[in-house]
Design a protein around this ligand. Structure first.
Ligand code: KG4
Ligand code: ZN
Length: 360
């Protein structure tokens, strides 16, 4: 049995988890800073890193206590080294290094995107999580040789990427957003139509009572004949501008009432259409065995529904609590990295601009 203590502080969540054998969640503690950043309408980097300093030790201690393990039971440390906010990453990396050095344990620096991907490898010990889409988990499919080649759609606040994964540690990026990430578009549009932060859950809630066909917003880079080189790339800035233009047209003086539900539903439908269309194209063209969707936007209910009905290959999507940032996913990624590449050594640094290809 291997037990990894994982730490994640790349943005505004201070998180620690204990992961057994690369897939079993023994504990998963997340201290969210959402309430603190809400006043600023987004993450305030300096405040985020200070809050990580306050929270990191109690969060790590809680992760050990919840898992009912002691320091002596651990075999390795895992920590997010990038991408993310430099000041935030530093808190997690320095904490993990200090523990690794004091306990004489190996440490693995993990790419946050690789973490999101491995959220699909996690399980809760035979308990079927009703929120998870498609069991068996990727860990079980992998064990049966049925996971690869795997098409991965990472949709978070900072990234929107389509990646083909041919095995552990083997990534090839097919495409990515040329401007805003999908989650960023949700956050910006939420602000435009007067909804709070974080925008994704607020837009989703507002969209529930709305008419998704009322506004015909653009589906960026879906003119495949004219722009074949962008068939797997994304662009959400035109969509954001179209929403802005619509808001101004509906409410030229400002201060008036907006049809928020219809705007939210029409916007959300446009995002989901593009994400699903490009994922479906890539899956068919590349003949993958499986699709995996991960990152904060994978928590979106409309996307989850569309993924179950409009994709040519079954898609795995983790339960809601594993879509947004957490340390369990970092522990799962570290387990495979340890097996394929070994530990990182104590001299690695944070890498705010790290990409997945830099690991391949
Ligand atoms: O993965 P994540 O927690 O952090 C990053 O690595 O960026 O993703 C956060 C993003 C935010 O932009 C948030 O608005 C979005 O995920 N998000 C959602 C939903 N829940 C979170 N977007 C759409 N629908 C949701 N239900
Ligand atoms: Zn994330």
């Amino acid at each position: 049995m291997t037990l990894i203590l994982a730490i994640e502080t790349s943005c505004d969540e201070t998180a620690a988890a204990v992961i057994q054998d690369g897939h079993l969640i023994r504990s998963n503690v997340v201290a969210s800073q959402i309430e603190i950043h809400r006043a600023y309408g987004g993450v305030f980097p300096e405040i985020a890193s200070r809050q990580h300093v306050f929270d990191i030790v109690p969060v790590v201690e809680a992760a050990l206590a919840d898992a009912e393990v002691n320091w002596a039971d651990l075999q390795a440390l895992a920590v997010t080294r990038g991408p993310g906010l430099a000041g935030s990453l530093l808190v997690g990396v320095n904490t993990a290094k200090a523990i690794a050095w004091a306990r004489g344990l190996p440490i693995v620096g993990v790419n946050h995107l690789e973490g999101h991907l491995y959220s699909n490898w996690l399980d809760e010990g035979g308990k079927i999580n009703p929120d998870a889409i498609l069991r068996p988990s990727l860990a079980e499919l992998d064990a049966a040789g049925e996971a690869f080649p795997l098409l991965v759609l990472v949709v978070s606040g900072g990234h929107t990427e389509l990646i083909i994964m041919r095995g552990h540690g083997q990534y090839e990026r097919l495409g990515a957003t040329l401007d805003d990430a999908a989650g960023e578009a949700f956050d910006k549009v939420a602000r435009l139509i007067g909804l709070g932060y974080p925008g994704g859950p607020a837009v989703q809630k507002a969209a529930e009572g709305g008419d998704p066909k009322r506004f015909d917003f653009p589906r960026g880079l879906t003119n495949y004949a004219n722009q074949p080189e962008h068939r797997y790339n994304f662009s959400f800035s035109g969509l954001k501008t179209a929403v802005l233009r619509q808001v101004r047209e509906l409410n030229p003086e400002g201060g008036g009432e907006l049809p928020v539900a219809d705007l939210a539903a029409s916007f959300q439908t446009a995002v989901v259409d593009v994400l699903i269309a490009k994922t479906a194209r890539a899956a068919s063209a590349l003949g993958v065995k499986r699709i995996c969707i991960c990152g904060g936007v994978a928590a979106n209910k409309a996307l989850r529904e569309a993924a179950q009905t409009r994709l040519p290959v079954p898609a795995s999507i983790p339960p809601f609590f594993l879509c947004t940032d957490n340390a369990a996913m970092i522990g799962a990624a570290a387990h495979h990295r340890l097996l394929t590449q070994g530990a990182s050594g104590l001299d690695f640094d944070v890498e705010p601009g790290l990409t997945l290809e830099m690991l391949a």
